[in-house]
Design a protein around this ligand. Structure first.
Ligand code: B12
Ligand code: SF4
Length: 365
């Protein structure tokens, strides 16, 4: 088999395995990697030590996989026909779409192994490493080089048919394959994501300061959420979808992912007071084989406390009071903040201001 037909066969097998997108990149560092070191140096990675510790390891694939000759990049769609966060009912919490169902790391890894096993049967022995967020690879940089999507201003990879609702995985191989070309820009003059980001985390097109991103604050940050950012978190309790929800390429919704990504019981905009009642056993039961287990119960309940403080009403007050007695100090501290917000919201009118406004309104009638 020549190089071209071998590459076509590899891509056909990827699609037959169930991936929605496939493309091939060469082992040389893709152009977008050039921005990585500067991004880390600016402090945008915050406490994500796996990014800051050895940034040079992410620059040179050859140092880690000297035998690598091709990176087969795959994408798996995960959108499901449910509302977007921006249309979710008021006073309910929001878990990111990507975390509603089964953990994508487990699903993708299983599929990548099945993909590799089929290639081994067809092509005979070759060296490979299956990868889905499991080591020092800036996945989007390779996937962009392989043409899986164009880099969006919100920093997500976007595909004209699939929007940005797809996970990435890679098979690093020693197979001699032909490379694909990167896609042309899809954003044009649009800046919907930059304008919609609740925390101003998108500092400029293609530049995300993770330390302000709700996804980082609710998932990666292990300690206290900075108090000046808590109000902007809104009702997000795990991750954030806003900059994807407003993207015109996602609003077309042409594709849907598999049933594994459908929300587990009540996880699409769950009631905050229900989440506040989750104990260790319930957390383990609800989030077994789910990406949400990353925060552990204490992280999730910390986020629930903040979201309660950003809503209102008697049930929110009761739930925040319940969390203010939680065994975890981290949860108790955020619940105390929530109670102070619920008792005197920052933009609520004082009783006397309400009385004088009502008097003015009556006079005007
Ligand atoms: C760390 C991380 C995060 C961090 C930081 C995000 C980030 N933008 O880097 C946090 C926790 C905030 C996060 C959030 C999310 N993540 Co995340 N995350 C990762 C992880 C582990 C590493 C990413 C990384 O290395 N970032 C480093 C910085 C430098 O990359 P960057 O911000 O994209 O910057 C690049 C561009 O800006 C580009 N660039 C710079 N200037 C310019 C100029 C031009 C003109 C161009 C074209 C490009 C360009 O160069 C930089 C790279 O060197 C990857 C998995 C992996 N191992 O790669 C998943 C990954 C990127 N995440 C993913 C997902 C799904 C998410 C969320 C949607 C989850 C959620 N709903 O909460 C959000 C999306 C937020 C967002 N707008 O990006 C998917 C993305 C899939 C896709 N279609 O793009 C990945 C690939 C995981 C996977 N295997 O599927 N994530
Ligand atoms: S995920 Fe949310 S907080 Fe993070 S950049 Fe996008 S809109 Fe902003």
């Amino acid at each position: 088999m020549n190089r071209e037909s071998r590459s076509e066969r590899v891509k056909a097998v990827a699609l037959e395995t169930g991936f929605d997108l496939v493309g091939i990149a060469g082992p040389e560092p893709p152009p977008a990697l050039a921005f990585f070191a500067d991004w880390v140096a600016r402090g945008h990675a915050g406490e994500m030590e796996y990014l800051t510790k050895q940034p040079d390891r992410r620059q040179a694939l050859h140092r880690i996989f000297p035998w690598a000759r091709s990176i087969v990049c795959v994408g798996l769609q995960y959108d499901t026909p449910r509302p977007y966060s921006i249309a979710a009912p008021a006073r309910q919490g929001w878990l990111s779409r990507y975390a509603w169902g089964d953990d994508y790391h487990e699903i993708m890894m299983k599929m990548l192994r099945a993909f590799a096993a089929r290639l081994l049967r067809e092509a005979g022995p070759f060296a490979y490493r299956a990868y889905v967020d499991t080591g020092p690879l800036v996945e989007r940089a390779w996937a962009a080089a392989a043409g899986l999507g164009a880099w969006g201003k919100n920093t997500c990879l976007i595909h004209p048919e699939h929007g940005s609702w797809f996970f990435l995985g890679e098979l690093i191989t020693d197979l001699d394959l032909s490379c694909d070309s990167p896609r042309a820009d899809l954003c044009g003059s649009c800046r919907a994501c930059l304008d919609a980001c609740p925390t101003g985390a998108l500092r400029a097109p293609y530049v995300l300061d993770a330390t302000r991103c709700i996804s980082y604050l609710t998932i990666e940050l292990k300690g206290t959420i900075p108090s000046e950012l808590r109000a902007s978190l809104g009702r997000h309790v795990f991750g954030c979808d806003v900059c994807q929800d407003v993207c015109p390429w996602n609003r077309r919704r042409r594709r849907a992912g598999g049933s594994a990504f459908e929300p587990r019981d009540g996880l699409c905009s769950p009631a905050l007071h229900d989440l506040a009642a989750v104990d260790d056993d319930a957390f383990r039961r609800l989030f077994r084989h789910s990406a949400v287990k990353r925060t552990r119960r204490r992280g999730l309940l910390r986020n629930v406390a903040v979201a309660l403080g950003n809503t209102g009403g008697d049930r929110a007050m009761a739930a925040a009071e319940h969390l203010s007695r939680d065994p975890e100090a981290l949860v108790r501290e955020h619940a105390r903040w929530a109670l102070s917000m619920l008792r005197s919201p920052p933009n609520a009118e004082s009783e006397s201001a309400v009385e004088s406004r009502q008097a003015r309104e009556l006079k005007g009638k």
